[in-house]
Design a protein around this ligand. Structure first.
Ligand code: A2P
Length: 272
């Protein structure tokens, strides 16, 4: 241990590694015993595209643990928002879930990701399929005016185990519909379709099931997935990504990337 690290350790604080931003937590909200969201200050020089992710860590070790987090706030917001699961004994989330306003969060400087407009061709409808904290990048995208300029209908689909886990998405959609910048467009163009798989609610079923049995399209009163009109963004667990990707491919949609935009894009919800 170097003298600096030793001193920091004794003082209960570690030096900030080079090449990272050190930002302050502004607010924290716990949604369930598994889920929480926090907002932090945004470095003046930090630019990102709605839907991208960054590496987040805490200054609590000589070599802090960093994990990928989708930025849940839109590119125009003065603050940065993140939505996280609390992984039992998770090397980062075990500590991250305890942050309070005023605490320091580390963030690597380069945002990346494929759940961005640049990776998708234009179309009529944009579907965002998410499970659990996979809704985070879509929290950014539905608050971005470009989304409503590019797509006539914007469909946010979110499936969780129980109703309380849908609260973040419900609050998000309500706030977005009242937002001074995109509220009018979101009220007219944004559809929120939420379902649970374990708790009994009025709308139940996995996204995969709801697509395959056609219920999603019947409920929304739209035709099934079609590469001529539909674009898809997918974010959830590895298993969910694989299954929804297979459904998109079977419907004839091709995967896009930043260098070659396509008809659907995939990103895993990283913290697991
Ligand atoms: P289920 O309850 O049937 O497992 P988790 O909290 O474990 O990340 O799960 C979030 C949601 O994603 C749950 O509703 C879960 O359903 C659903 N899910 C898990 N695996 C898949 C999959 N392969 N395809 C679609 N949905 C999935």
């Amino acid at each position: 241990m170097s003298e600096t690290i030793k001193a920091a350790d004794e003082a209960g604080e570690f030096p900030i590694p080079s090449g990272v931003f050190a930002e302050k937590v502004l607010s924290v909200r716990h949604y369930t015993d598994r889920l929480f969201a926090f907002r932090m200050s945004r470095p003046a020089s930090f630019r990102f595209r709605s839907g991208e992710f960054v590496m987040i860590g805490l200054p609590n070790a000589e070599r802090p643990v960093f994990r990928a987090y989708s930025i849940a706030s839109p590119a125009w917001d003065e603050e940065l928002e993140f939505y996280s699961i609390k992984v039992p004994d998770g090397p980062l989330t075990e500590h991250l879930q305890k942050v309070q306003p005023g605490d320091t969060i580390l963030m690597r400087k380069k945002p990346v990701g494929t759940l961005v407009h640049d990776a998708l061709l234009g179309g009529e409808r944009l579907y965002m399929f998410s499970t659990g904290t996979g809704i985070a990048p879509f929290a950014s995208i539905i608050r971005d005016p470009e989304t409503y300029e590019r797509f006539a209908k914007v469909i946010l689909v979110h499936t969780c185990r129980d109703a309380a886990e849908l609260d973040y998405g419900r609050d998000l959609v309500a706030t977005t519909r009242n937002d001074p910048l995109v509220g009018e467009e979101a009220t007219a163009q944004l559809v929120h379709y939420a379902s649970t798989t374990r708790e009994e609610t009025e709308q139940m079923g996995r996204i995969t099931t709801l697509i395959e049995n056609g219920k999603l399209f019947d409920d929304l009163d739209v035709p099934p997935l079609n590469p001529a009109t539909d674009r898809v963004m997918i974010c959830g667990s590895m298993a969910m990504l694989k299954d929804v990707k297979a459904i998109c491919e079977a419907a004839g949609l091709t995967e896009g990337s930043n260098s070659k935009p396509g008809e659907f894009v995939v990103e895993r919800a990283f913290v697991d």
